[in-house]
Design a binder for this molecule. Structure first.
Ligand SMILES: NC(=O)c1ccc[n+]([C@@H]2O[C@H](COP(=O)([O-])OP(=O)(O)OC[C@H]3O[C@@H](n4cnc5c(N)ncnc54)[C@H](OP(=O)(O)O)[C@@H]3O)[C@@H](O)[C@H]2O)c1
Length: 335
């Protein structure tokens, strides 16, 4: 079987290798074999291949890929609640393989008729949006939050979820062509102006919110973008950084932290799985699966590329200004 293997860190399109590896053996007791169908490429995957993700670099060699959807191909002894043919999202971080054995409890069963392209994106972004919206700061209908990279998959989910709950969103994108999509998703206000000028953005934010206090800022970019958010946030407000798309550490002037009681904290979905508890996590995924089935919680797909052309897929996923996600499909999907 084929797998993407990383033997050194660097530009993903140049670094990844598609290697022939032995098929996994029959699953051990308590395990299942998952045949991968659709493999998602997220910014975190690209950062990890560059050695820029997490606290430390993963030991080499490793198989990347944080997200995919597959089909159960074999079941080990003692596994209940799963059957051959079930569609699952594997809760593992080495998804870019054709087949893999995993512990049965790491196979999240999905509805049989779920759209497979959408299902390959179910694990990370929708739950992140839900957790950022509901589990950081208590917001009431009518309150305001702001976010950057608002046209990303996370950002667009968040806009939709906030609109359903009557929470106002001030959305920042980095290009004019992304404004309309965020507006259509339900964004209360959207701007592509004054992104690197903190003072100008504060003025824009006041105009767009009518001067309402902004209690929560969601930062996917880091660097100077964090400072821009801090300057427009209400006193006592919270910035949650959950990504470093700029490749730079968050910058924030200490005067916000000391004199304006602004809080800067981080969010990682992996911690949320533990912090939120089993019931909240299960309810979130059930609700997301319903939204996907209904077509309300979907992510645009820019390109679907065969797994064999993974280098091309990496290059496409690394492009700015994409119209949606870049996904890879295995022969099992096509066949
Ligand atoms: N902490 C967590 O647990 C967690 C979980 C899921 C996702 N995330 C993070 O959420 C963020 C969005 O992920 P996604 O999968 O939703 O993204 P996505 O759909 O792939 O979209 C990428 C977004 O990033 C913007 N972007 C790319 N490079 C940028 C740069 N240098 N400066 C500013 N903006 C840039 C793009 O803008 P254009 O469209 O203009 O190119 C686009 O809005 C990422 O940082 C990801 O790591 C974090």
């Amino acid at each position: 079987m084929k797998a993407i293997v990383i033997e050194g860190f660097g530009d993903p399109a140049a670094t990844i290798q598609l290697k022939e590896l032995p098929d996994p053996p029959a699953p051990a007791p308590g395990e299942v074999t998952v045949e991968m169908l659709v493999l998602n490429i997220n910014p975190s995957d690209l950062l990890q291949i560059q050695g820029l993700y997490g606290v430390s670099k993963p030991p080499l060699p490793f198989i990347p890929g944080g997200e995919a959807v597959g089909r159960i191909a074999a079941i080990g002894d003692g596994v209940s609640g799963l059957a051959v043919g079930d569609i699952v999202s594997p809760m593992i971080l080495n998804c870019w393989v054709e087949r893999v054995n995993i512990k049965a409890h790491l196979a999240m069963k999905l509805p049989a008729d779920i759209d497979l392209l959408q299902a390959s994106m179910i694990k990370g972004n929708p739950a992140t949006a839900e957790a950022l919206l509901m589990d950081q700061v208590k917001l009431q209908p009518g309150d305001w939050l702001m976010q950057n990279a608002a046209n990303s998959a996370v950002g667009t989910f968040l806009v939709k979820l906030a609109a359903e709950r009557g929470i106002n969103t001030l959305n920042i994108v980095r290009r004019d062509s992304a404004v309309e999509g965020v507006r259509e998703a339900g964004g209360t206000a959207v701007t592509a102006d004054a992104l690197d000028d903190a003072r100008a953005f504060r003025k824009t934010a006041r105009e767009l919110t009518g001067g309402a206090p902004i209690k929560l800022a969601l930062d996917a970019i880091g660097g100077g973008a964090t400072a821009v958010l801090a300057n427009a946030l209400a006193d006592g407000g919270t910035i949650v950084n959950y990504g470093l798309l700029s490749g730079e550490q968050c910058r924030i002037d200490a005067q916000h932290l000391i004199f304006r009681k602004v809080t800067l904290k981080g969010f990682w979905l992996i911690h949320w799985f533990t912090d939120a508890g089993r019931e909240r996590v299960a309810a979130t995924y059930a609700s997301v699966a319903r939204g996907m089935a209904a077509g309300t919680l979907t992510t645009p797909v820019a390109e679907v590329i065969p797994f064999e052309e993974a280098k091309r897929a990496m290059a496409a996923a690394g492009e700015g200004g994409r119209t949606g996600k870049v996904l890879m499909v295995t022969k099992a999907y096509s066949g």
